[in-house]
Design a binder for this molecule. Structure first.
Ligand code: FAD
Ligand code: DHB
Length: 392
């Protein structure tokens, strides 16, 4: 089998790249380890930056997003027993964010690829890559009990943090930056309407909490917990009592309780691999970088990489120029370090770290007050949360 761009992974990065290339008449094949239903059902991120929203609309993926996406203009930070509303729409001169869950993004992309007859292999784990350096790359994978090979001009490694593509970059070429946080998030879905139309963050001395929205009748809730916490340690009573304690403040409607339908723990890390390319191999999304979920940047960063990579492939195939491909890693890393800075900074500002001194806790409070209570603080949050410009 042969294609122009072989894509490993059918997450948001791989699917979006394949869709972009198709619109430009460039052939690609996606090889995905998991089953199609599993990929579509995975519950993950929930917030789209302005740039991701626009990218979806421009690429013909805006229909369900327009119907179901919930435009957000502000975040409500709760600390010191008060609500501190940060209007990022106003602070950024009119930019927004959209609540639109990752599984909906994946469904839209999967439908578009299926309608266009895109070649996708599910339940097809990639075992190794060959020839990424010498210009004749081959993806080796298993499918229906048989070893298969896909020859391509380029390989896009969109196979997430635990994929195989990153390992194809030799150890003396790749440099990895990694920070693991001493806490995780217990994430829940509840059949309960959000008390207000805005995402609410509880920055409490007993730990962080967040109330986000999935639909008019479903809330997404997060509680800071131990990184290796067993979700079964959290009874519904304990969950609601912690959510009320960390999120409710006088004068604002309290968290609405309802049936909890999902409960899972996510560990947190900041991770980045440099460079994001080697020979004919290009890494995109979680394969190259992980951020703590505090800034809602994981999915959006994957989309930003893919935009740069897609345009670089178009430059190569349509205009015969390899300049953008050669610059791919530098272009993405420049933006990604700023995203890492924002995500790690927010994560450190709003969570309780074991053993934090009173002094550090007061500094965290001062950071929150500066961010929500000053013009430059609000501007900095607003331009990062709604999405930094994507270079190409
Ligand atoms: P993925 O979505 O990880 O896709 C990679 C794909 O590659 C997967 O389908 C995988 O099965 C496939 N794959 C892996 N290895 C192979 C192989 N050997 N062969 C073939 N296929 C392979 N971000 C936020 O912004 N907010 C959140 O609240 C949030 N919550 C999250 C919760 C969890 C549990 C996780 C894991 C992530 C969360 N993220 C969140 C991050 C966000 O979901 C990711 O940044 C996003 O999915 C990245 O997309 P991707 O396409 O790069 O990678
Ligand atoms: C979600 C919302 C956020 O504002 C955030 O920072 C992380 C995740 C969510 O809706 O899942």
């Amino acid at each position: 089998m042969r294609t122009q761009v072989g894509i490993v992974g059918a997450g948001p990065a791989g699917l979006m790249l394949s869709h972009m290339l198709h619109l430009e008449g460039i052939d690609s094949v996606i090889i995905e380890r998991a089953g199609k239903e599993h990929v579509q059902a995975r519950l993950r991120a929930g917030v789209l930056e302005q740039g991701t929203f626009e990218m979806m609309k421009e690429l013909g993926l805006g229909e369900r997003l327009a119907q179901r996406g919930l435009e957000q203009h502000a975040l409500d930070f709760r600390f010191g027993g008060e609500s501190h509303r940060l209007d990022f729409h106003q602070a950024s001169g009119g930019r927004s964010a959209w609540v639109y869950p990752q599984h909906d993004v994946v469904t839209d992309l999967m439908n578009a690829r299926t309608r266009a007859g895109g070649r996708m292999f599910f339940e097809a784990p990639v075992t190794r890559l060959e020839g990424v350096r010498d210009g004749r790359p081959v993806i080796h994978f298993e499918h229906e009990g048989k070893a298969q090979r896909l020859e391509c001009d380029f390989i896009a490694g969109c196979d997430g943090f635990r994929g195989v593509c990153r390992d194809a970059i030799p150890a003396d070429v790749i440099k990895v930056y990694d920070r693991v946080y001493p806490f995780g998030w217990l994430g829940m879905l509840a059949d309960a309407p959000a008390p207000t139309s805005e995402i609410t963050w509880g920055c409490h001395e007993d730990g962080f909490a967040m109330l986000s929205i999935r639909s008019p009748t479903v809330t997404r809730l997060y509680l800071q917990c131990e990184p290796d916490e067993n979700p079964d340690n959290w009874s519904d009573d304990r969950i609601w009592s912690e959510l009320h304690k960390r999120l409710d403040v006088p004068g604002m409607p309290p968290v609405n309780e309802g049936r909890i339908t999902q409960k899972a723990v996510t560990a947190m890390r900041s991770f980045l691999a440099e460079p994001m390319q080697y020979g004919q191999l290009f890494l995109a999304g979680d394969a190259a970088h992980i951020v703590p979920p505090t800034g809602a940047k994981g999915l959006n960063s994957a989309m930003a990489d893919v935009k740069v990579l897609g345009l670089a492939f178009v430059e190569h195939y349509k205009r015969g120029s390899g300049t953008w491909l050669a610059r791919y890693s530098d272009t993405c890393l420049k933006r990604m370090w700023l995203v890492q800075r924002f995500s790690a900074g927010l994560c450190t500002m709003v969570h309780q770290f074991p053993g934090n001194s009173d002094f550090v806790r007061r500094l965290q409070r001062a950071d929150l007050e500066y961010m929500t209570g000053t013009v430059p603080g609000r501007l900095q949050f607003a331009e990062n949360f709604t999405g930094l410009p994507i270079g190409a």
